[in-house]
Design a protein around this ligand. Structure first.
Ligand code: PLP
Length: 420
């Protein structure tokens, strides 16, 4: 008897380790697991409380009224017109990503690396061929059209479906792409009739509120995934969204709906009803997002500055709530302490300082590259939102961080003290 070997996702495993440490009364600075520090808006929470009686199954594709709200919300956020018919709702975007990959027979899946932890395991579980596209710190972890072209032209992939997974704003690196870069990527994809699954789960957390979907430039073969987990602070609600091309092939749509009906059936109905309130684009939503942009941008940039002043190579964040730390400039110093890999580094950090980071290996980076992801989410979104609303003038960065993110600030200082 043989079974598939799929270890538990590293992010979830790290979260469990950190919880264990905390349960033993030890300090943990939770910067490993990427969970939003913000709460869903009050009206969305109320809508969920009031919809507990909605016990019936919803349509597989999602409630019509929700799909309409999502279509107009994302037309606004993503910068192109989306019809409710293109919108599919599911139990979190993770299963939607998996099911989208499953809809293809024999595909090569191109994964710009570093990449979110689950893309490669998902593609491998299905039996697709995985081709990672390496990127560099100097290139801001971006893929280039030339690298994409070289891979898509390979003879061995000629008879396979070709799927690029793009993720921006990016996890683990906080990157985004410009309109020109997206247009150039779209050009290469079109030439090779390749598909793109554009994971835009952090789109609403672009720090300048200026996210652009690649679907704008490549509408015919882009599947966009998103959901409530990040911008609405509702990861545990498990509401994901998928936007298919307007004229998607009928066989593809049938496969997507068929797989959804044979796996999760529908996203929970009460959550869908509540999500109708989340996806109303009005001043409440706008304000909620702008506050998050403001806070995440300031906190992320502040940490980036502290760490880069202390020898870690790290880019300023452009969206989301992650920084990818490159400790390789400190390689000799770390080797002197017996640290050769990113996992050595993260384990030692957790043990000696309580700082929880996730090793770059989890994102497909070589262990000897000494990278780790920091999620700057160890603070209370509500408390900081209230402090900003109540303050007469602007709160200086130092105060915002040391007072309103006090625990995380201690963690960053513990990390720096340990390093220096
Ligand atoms: N994609 C990325 C890049 C993520 O970081 C996550 C969650 O951490 C997901 C997808 C999955 O999100 P969901 O909660 O919608 O399944």
């Amino acid at each position: 008897m043989t079974f598939k070997t799929t270890p538990k996702s590293p992010t979830l495993r790290l979260n469990e380790q950190s919880r264990l440490r905390a349960a033993q009364g030890q300090t943990v600075y939770r910067m490993g697991f990427g969970e939003s520090p913000f709460m869903p808006p009050i009206r969305v929470q109320q809508a969920l409380q009031e919809s507990a009686h909605r016990k019936d199954y919803a349509p597989v594709q999602g409630l019509v009224e929700l799909r309409q709200e999502i279509a107009s919300f994302h037309s606004h956020v993503d910068g192109y017109a989306i019809d409710a018919q293109q919108v599919y709702v599911g139990s979190g975007s993770k299963i939607l990503l998996f099911n989208t990959l499953l809809a293809f027979e024999s595909a090569v899946v191109l994964i710009p690396t570093p990449a979110w932890v689950s893309y490669a395991p998902q593609a491998e579980l299905i039996g697709h061929h995985v081709h990672r596209i390496p990127t560099t710190f100097e290139g801001r972890w971006h893929i280039t059209p030339a690298a994409l072209e070289a891979i898509l032209s390979q003879d061995e992939y000629a008879d396979m479906s070709k799927i690029l997974i793009l993720n921006y704003p990016g996890n683990p690196d906080g990157l985004t792409y410009t309109a020109t870069e997206l247009e150039d990527i779209a050009h290469v994809l079109r030439k090779h009739q390749a598909w793109v699954i554009s994971d835009e789960i952090y789109a609403c957390l672009h720090h300048q509120g200026q996210h652009i979907s690649i679907a704008q430039y490549y509408p015919e073969r882009t599947v966009t995934t998103t959901g409530l987990s990040k911008w609405c602070g509702a990861g545990g609600w498990r509401l994901g969204v998928q936007i298919l091309p307007k004229d998607a092939p009928v066989a593809f749509v049938d496969a997507i709906l068929g797989i959804a009906s044979e796996t999760f059936s529908c996203a929970p109905t009460p959550i869908q009803v509540a999500a109708c309130q989340a996806y109303v684009w009005d001043d409440v939503t706008d304000h909620h997002l702008q506050q998050q942009h403001h806070i995440l941008s300031r906190v992320g940039n502040h940490i980036q500055q502290i760490l880069s002043q202390n020898g870690i190579a790290v880019h300023p964040p452009e969206g989301g709530f992650y920084l990818l730390l490159d400790f390789s400039p400190l390689r000799e110093k770390l080797a002197g302490r017996g640290i050769q890999t990113d996992t050595d580094l993260c384990l030692r950090l957790l043990e000696t300082t309580g700082v929880a980071l996730l090793p770059g290996t989890a994102f497909g980076i070589s262990p000897s590259d000494l990278t780790a992801r920091l999620a700057y989410v160890d603070f209370s979104g509500i408390a900081i939102q209230q402090a900003i609303s109540q303050s007469k003038g602007a709160i200086p960065d130092q105060e915002l961080f040391d007072v309103h993110c006090a625990h995380m600030s201690q963690g960053i200082h513990a990390l720096v003290d340990w390093l220096t």
